[in-house]
Write a protein that binds this ligand. Structure first.
Ligand SMILES: Nc1ncnc2c1ncn2[C@@H]1O[C@H](COP(=O)(O)OP(=O)(O)OP(=O)(O)O)[C@@H](O)[C@H]1O
Length: 243
């Protein structure tokens, strides 16, 4: 069974279309890049997948469960969804609000009601996984862009989600910081996570993406290709280089 299944999914903002009749299946363990020009719908799809918005029409199923407005209205179910799908937002500053990095990572597990020992274990594990041990007592909003991104990822991983959604996680980072995030995402995929990453920069993601879902300016999916498909289509690669 598909992990994520979208059928004829539409979403509208008050004055514009967000998503137009998306049909999409994503299986567990995939590393998927959502690509397309500015305003094509990548962030809107992330909003729907993470339960921050519900579709106007069409279906969204996660592990066979229909995610509807009624489902999202139930706080317990919403929490279950948020445990399953972790989101790293485009603007990391909206995500980091605690007074230390350790507190930032502990926040989610504490909300789940875990014991102090279990929380400490998750903080230590996630600091190590994201190479953030040295940042443990730092104030999150004073960190560099790359450090903030790694801490945001650590705080999301503390809930041990099956799926990671990342909206333009490489924007504004140095090449070294980009590489560090990409290597980490590959390790997480090897550990069994499903990775869904939005990007409009093919150069940044071509080495890691295994599947590329390409949006057009009409907020539709115009192509859905594996990395191997893309290898055989240099014209398409050139097009993606200039989104
Ligand atoms: N909060 C909002 N209110 C109204 N319109 C919105 C809102 N957010 C997005 N839109 C519109 O919905 C469409 C899809 O936008 P979306 O942010 O999903 O695109 P994107 O592909 O993520 O773009 P970018 O690469 O710039 O982040 C665009 O036309 C955008 O202007």
């Amino acid at each position: 069974m598909a992990l994520i299944n979208l059928v004829n999914l539409c979403y509208d903002y008050p004055n514009t279309t967000g998503l137009d009749h998306l049909n999409l299946t994503i299986n567990a363990g995939e590393f998927v890049c959502l690509m397309g020009p500015n305003g094509s719908g990548k962030s809107t799809l992330m909003k729907i997948l993470s339960g921050l918005a519900s579709p106007k029409s069409g279906d969204y199923q996660l592990d066979g469960q229909a995610i509807t407005a009624a489902y999202l209205a139930d706080a317990q179910r919403r929490q279950r969804l948020h445990q399953k799908i972790g989101v790293v937002f485009q603007n990391t500053d909206v995500q980091l609000f605690n007074t230390s990095v350790a507190e930032e990572i502990a926040f989610g597990p504490r909300q789940l009601g875990l014991s102090a020992a279990a929380i400490e274990q998750r903080v230590t594990d996630c600091l190590q996984l994201t190479d953030c041990e040295a940042l443990r007592e730092r104030v999150p909003y004073q960190l560099s862009g790359g450090e903030k991104k790694r801490v945001a990822l650590a705080s999301v991983l503390a809930l041990n989600p099956e799926i990671l959604l990342l909206d333009e996680p490489l924007n504004g980072l140095t090449i070294a910081a980009q590489q560090q995030i990409l290597t980490l995402l590959q390790r997480l995929q090897s550990a069994g996570k499903t990775i869904i990453m939005a990007s409009h920069n093919f150069q940044q993601v071509q080495a890691v993406g295994q599947r590329f879902i390409i949006f057009n300016s009409l907020h539709q999916i115009s192509a859905d290709m594996t990395a191997a498909d893309l290898q055989r289509q240099p014209d398409r690669q050139t097009q993606l280089m200039t989104l």
